[in-house]
Design a protein around this ligand. Structure first.
Ligand code: BGC
Ligand code: NOJ
Length: 811
């Protein structure tokens, strides 16, 4: 069942009922000010860091769900309703939500009054802009009252939701004209405040929640709205809010639009005050003035749309497959940008209070957005590398505001270092900018420990090379990509974090997966060494890689598939002799992508086993059979009920590894089959089962062992976005950035007659046409660039600014 439809021309998903299976959200903002916005206008705003600079509140596990947001109440006589249905839930005569790229428009209609709520964050400004247009579609005049409402958060979202004895006494506001200023803690150490404003003088306001909502009221029944209106309340402590009232008399056919904003303002220390106790509002007033009328609002929206047009124009395909085109050209790239901005911090599943930026996560996200914003990818790589420890290991996470590693999680995830090579390698391929390797980057954020980025990569490589276990495979540490395979943890007490209990590393537990990674990204490092004019180091690296490759093919091979790991007792994890957890997806994907066992047939066999043992109609599950009891020696993976998360859920993130692996072996039909099974646009029709947004990937879909098989969770912030984009653009469509140019080597379904694509690469534009007259799955027989035949599949970089016409004939 569907709850909306794709409008590809406008690049929107149009939702036609507010009762979606879960709130379906969008992200507004892409630089420093962000708002999460659901299809009923639920959500919250923050500045840079969803934990430390939260502007408005959100309660994740509320019932009903999704109560907080940027709300408008509309009152006509005794009828009160919201354009997005929530939170009053008055039945609407019509409803529609359009989630577009960086903006959302929600429109509701009740008793011939139409209310349209448009929201976006302007490019390069720290505010949310909202326009409400109220139209009278009745034959006679109407009188309605409109009440906007938001609830402020007292900045640090963790403190705000736990330290009540303090913060119920700290709240402070100021009201000036049509603006409400939230200035809690500004009197002491903060140099920032929030401002809510409207572009029209209100007929009333409230800043105390108790006054507007009522101590025993609820957002679904605010006392001021259902009673006799706002009372000009001032919040002193308790819960500061911004609410206003506008009484509108509307002639038949009349439209009234009112502009609103929510801004974040920072003042230098010596400019904090205008008078004792009165905050300096000049920057806020300048912001308000920037968006004073409809024309300013419209032109800021046009700038945002143009920005997206530019961002998406770097890669587009026309394949004759509508769903494929819409994923590649719009939604997959959009999600990649959102993961760039958010890492794993703030979604409707990530509270914004826990995980900041993940080292591993952000490095992988790079693979998906580097072609859109190479300059910001460069900066991101340097930020991430600065959290690396001098021995090459890494903080697992860091906070975006401070850019410092999170001590609470620390290090010990032994795949982390290699992801830095993966991300940097992707950047080098995309840009050819080797100067990044000379950038001085601190270790552990300590400037005195700065070294060139190339030294960071060397230490990443060395860390793995020097942390090998009894079988010559890399030691796993706290965990590898699979955060839940905690082989050195042995946690017996509830409440202990599986990620931080136990030692950073044990001397025995090894990971075949990291072995595969070391081969894949170790080869990339060797190549980089060669380009840097260090042939000896390159051959040494290759020797170390060859040794691990041999270990993978030896101790890591189970007969029909790659094993997953060795536990702290030296027992196999992910082998046919195991009682449960006999086969895992990760090493099959990573090892085959690394080319391991390609010559000896192991790669083919491993992928056959995946098909036979892990396939389901909704995607490939992470492992089988699911663990049915808690296993001390394996950790969190066995803590989940069978079929969920890492315990045999369909982890969407490593499905594209199988796509890439299948393409590596030339299996275009199978690669596309795996791709399509989890691609959101392809499963839109089962939205009632899938439940999360049909325009973006979720981290996990419940596996076949679960009672809710097919139900997705953790939408938006997942490495799936980057990896699926890589799998479709590079492995299937075969347009691959390489150090020496652009490679064209598609691996497509036999019945696909070809496709065209436009790819921007190092400043030039490539218009690519792939023809498949013989119905093959892989192999380019002839490649012509601007009419001239090129040997092989590699096109050397064209002049920046030029356009190259590329024809690739498969066969
Ligand atoms: C989840 C993992 C996640 C980890 C992060 C675990 O509870 O299952 O998917 O990577 O937490 O800390
Ligand atoms: C989600 C985490 O963000 C990611 O880093 C990890 O690889 C997967 N879960 C698998 O555990």
């Amino acid at each position: 069942m569907r709850f909306g439809y794709f409008d590809d021309r406008k690049r929107e998903y149009v939702i036609s009922t507010p009762r979606t299976p879960l709130p379906w959200i969008n992200y507004l903002g892409s630089e420093s000010f962000f708002t999460l916005c659901s299809n009923t206008a639920g959500g919250y705003s923050f500045y840079r860091d969803a934990r430390l600079r939260r502007l408005t509140r959100y309660r994740y596990n509320n019932s009903p769900l999704d109560q907080e947001g940027f709300r408008f109440y509309i009152k006509e006589g005794d009828t009160v309703w919201n354009p997005g249905w929530q939170p009053v839930q008055t039945e609407l005569d019509s409803y529609c939500c359009r989630h577009g790229l960086g903006y959302t428009v929600i429109e509701g209609c009740k008793n011939d009054i139409r209310a349209r709520q448009e929201m976006f964050v302007p490019v390069k400004d720290d505010c949310l802009l909202v326009r409400l247009t109220v139209s009278n579609e009745a034959g006679g005049a109407k009188r309605v009252s409109v009440f906007p409402y938001i609830e402020f958060c007292l900045w640090d979202a963790v403190d705000d939701s736990s330290n009540f004895q303090r913060n119920w006494s700290t709240g402070e506001v100021e009201v000036k004209g049509s603006a409400i200023y939230h200035k809690t803690e500004y009197r002491e150490r903060r140099d920032h405040y929030a401002v809510f404003w409207s572009g029209r003088e209100p007929d009333g306001f409230d800043t105390s929640r108790d006054a507007f909502i009522g101590v025993y009221g609820s957002p679904a029944r605010p006392e001021a709205v259902f009673g006799s209106g706002c009372t000009s309340s001032t919040a002193h402590g308790w819960q500061p809010v911004a609410a206003q009232q506008f009484d509108l008399d509307l002639d038949p056919g009349e439209d009234v639009s009112i502009l609103f904003g929510l801004g974040y303002i920072e003042n230098p220390q010596d400019e904090k005050w205008e008078a004792p106790g009165i905050i300096n509002k000049s920057r806020a007033e300048a912001m308000i003035a920037r968006y004073a009328d409809d024309a300013a609002f419209d032109s800021a929206l046009a700038v945002l749309k143009a920005d997206w047009e530019r961002l998406l124009s770097g890669f587009s395909v026309s394949s004759g497959k509508e769903k494929l085109d819409r994923m590649v050209n719009i939604w997959n790239q959009y999600q990649c940008m959102v993961t760039f901005n958010m890492s794993r911090s703030a979604s409707y599943f990530e509270s914004g209070m826990g995980r900041g930026m993940g080292f591993r996560d952000s490095c992988q996200d790079l693979l998906g957005f580097v072609h859109m914003i190479p300059e910001r990818a460069r900066e991101r790589i340097l930020d991430i590398a600065a959290t690396q420890f001098p021995d090459g290991s890494a903080y697992h996470q860091y906070q975006p505001l401070t850019k410092k590693g999170n001590l609470a999680v620390g290090s010990g995830f032994n795949d982390d270092p290699l992801w830095l090579i993966a991300g940097t390698d992707a950047y080098l391929r995309e840009t050819g900018d080797f100067s990044i390797l000379d950038e001085q980057v601190p270790f552990d954020n300590d400037e005195t420990l700065s070294q060139p980025l190339s030294e960071h990569l060397r230490r990443s490589f060395r860390f793995t090379a020097e942390h090998l276990g009894p079988h010559g495979l890399p030691l796993i540490g706290r965990a590898d990509w699979n955060d839940c395979l905690n082989l050195n943890c042995f946690s017996e007490h509830p409440g202990e974090s599986f990620q931080t209990t136990g030692p950073n590393e044990g001397p025995v537990a090894e990971s075949v997966f990291i072995g595969g990674m070391f081969v894949k990204y170790g080869k990339a490092w060797a190549e980089i060494c060669r380009r840097l004019g260090r042939p000896e180091e390159a051959s040494e690296a290759e020797k170390a890689v060859a040794a691990v490759e041999a270990a993978v093919l030896d101790a890591g091979w189970d007969g029909k598939w790659f094993r997953r790991a060795y536990d702290a007792f030296g027992n196999v994890v992910g082998g046919s002799a195991c009682e449960e957890g006999k086969i895992f997806i990760e090493p099959q994907g990573m090892c085959v992508m690394a080319g391991i066992g390609k010559a000896g047939g192991q790669a083919e066999a491993a992928l056959e086993s995946v098909k036979e043992l892990l396939d389901t109609k909704y995607g490939i599950v992470l492992q089988q059979p699911a663990y049915t009891r808690y296993r001390l020696e394996l950790g969190e993976i066995s803590s989940y009920p069978p079929g969920y998360k890492e315990n045999a859920g369909i982890f969407c993130h490593n499905n594209p590894w199988i796509v890439c692996a299948e393409a590596e072996l030339g299996h275009g039909d199978r690669a596309f089959q795996v791709y399509a099974r989890t691609a959101p646009a392809f499963i839109e029709d089962i939205s009632e089962i899938h439940r999360t947004e049909p325009y973006v990937y979720s981290q996990m879909i419940a596996g076949k062992d679960a009672a809710t098989f097919g139900e997705a969770k953790n939408s938006w912030l997942t490495g799936t976005a980057a990896w699926t984009f890589l799998s479709i653009s590079q492995a299937i469509l075969g347009i691959k950035p390489a150090l020496d140019g652009l490679v064209i080597d598609p691996c497509i379904p036999a019945d696909m007659k070809g496709f065209t694509a436009v790819r921007r690469f190092r400043g030039a534009t490539y218009r690519i046409s792939v023809e498949n007259p013989r119905g093959v799955q892989k192999g380019v027989k002839e490649l012509r660039v601007n009419g001239r035949v090129v040997e092989g599949c590699l096109i050397p970089p064209a002049e920046p600014g030029s356009t190259a016409d590329v024809v690739a004939v498969m066969g």
